[in-house]
Write a protein that binds this ligand. Sequence first.
Ligand code: NAD
Length: 480
Amino acid sequence: MSQKVTVAYGDGIGPEIMEASLKILQAAGADLILDSIEIGEKVYKQGHTSGIREEDWEKLVNNKIFFKAPITTPQGGGYKSLNVTIRKTLGLYANVRPVKSLYPFVKTKHPKMDAIIVRENEEDLYAGIEHRQTQEVYQCLKLISRPGTEKIIRFAFEYTKNAGRKKITCMTKDNIMKLTDGHFHKTFDKIAQEYPEIEVDHWIIDIGAAKLADTPEEFDVIVLPNLYGDILSDIAAQITGSVGLAGSANIGTQCAMFEAIHGSAPTIAGQNIANPSGLLMGGVQMLNYMGKNKVAEKVENAWLATIEDGIHTADICDEQTTQKKVSTSEFAEEVIRRLGQAPKKFTEVKYPEESKKIQIHLSEHPAVEKTLDGVDIFLAFEPREPNLLGEKLVAATQAARLSLEMITNRGVKVYPKGNPLTFCTDHWRCRFTKNGAEVIQGSDLVDLQRRIVEAGLEIIKTENLYSFGDEKGYSLGQGQ
Ligand code: NAD
């Protein structure tokens, strides 16, 4: 059945690899009706800071499936990443990146690697909420939500089950970020109990990334928050042999976008030498998503047969295995010639007749009692003298209903009884808490802030401190 797909040819090597990929997909019987849009550099430079024209959103929403070549994001301020905007606007919460070695035909130190990275795609530090608050300090907010986390973790388990895979590894930094990454890890452990047939483990991201770079064959499916997933998936693709080989699917509840993991490679653009494999594998993921599994299988097997016959683009050429070095368009012709063939040395790919669509149902969470315990007031204060600031604050807030508990600088407690060796910036977090069992309200916080401002101090932001039932919704100061 023909199906409409929005297509963008992108920048740099984009048009060459898109043309090659579409030629192969259509020759295999994909039966795609192409609805093109222009995105990227030209559109940015015409003054659309998001890299896409307003009217093209309608096509993306109506067609629901988007096949996208890489684009160039102009350097310098003012331009927003189009990829991040599309993922978030269309709710494409799951980024799936299979990373598999093609040994011995593509050189790699990791011949047995065959992993799938499932990356949360909408939140974390990619919320893009940044501020410069003082002369010396910049801030980026890391947002981890309960529904966002549950969606990606349930997706990872369902994906693992449908793909017949056996194990999921979660990676976070919850030894440091106990609330945000801690929530991600806890949700993983909780949902894992619903899938006793799937083996699970958790790694702290730093050693987990090292382990992946060293023995990637020990991993099966890996689920991670956005930033770690972004970094890890590039490392993983690179160590399979080339960033030009991996595809990427961005899946939402209504829409989906398919692409290569690499960028627009401007230095090799226009030379007909780029490897179209990454985008083609994005296309295979797209066909599976559309339920055209048998066409997907045909394309992937012909592609594997081409690679094992030693037909290679420049990026994967190697004296021992390359029989013929080909251009982008010649590579496409060679894959088309092999459509209908199975690889002889690689394992033949077999997809089930039908794909199971992943439907996520979020759990119910009864609201827990939320109590206001106090407030963190952030101040800009030039002298690097915590005791001076502490004394000023105590004097200014004596008659308030909350009292100063501590001051931290970049998270480390510096008052009371700080260590003189601690380096301080001009950015101070001053924690005020209620006295004993007293009940405090928003108006008490306003009164506190008024006293601080009247003492001539500069407030740059505040964060309320809440407890949820018995659990504190805020971290302690380091050294508190
Ligand atoms: P890149 O992925 O474009 O290139 C990295 C290296 O890999 C280069 O040496 C390049 O020549 C090579 N390479 C990449 N794809 C290849 C292919 N298919 N065949 C052969 N070699 C290939 O990364 P970059 O140079 O950091 O970024 C270039 C531009 O791409 C930037 O403007 C960046 O913002 C953009 N970018 C876009 C996307 C996207 O649209 N999804 C993703 C990443 C980067």
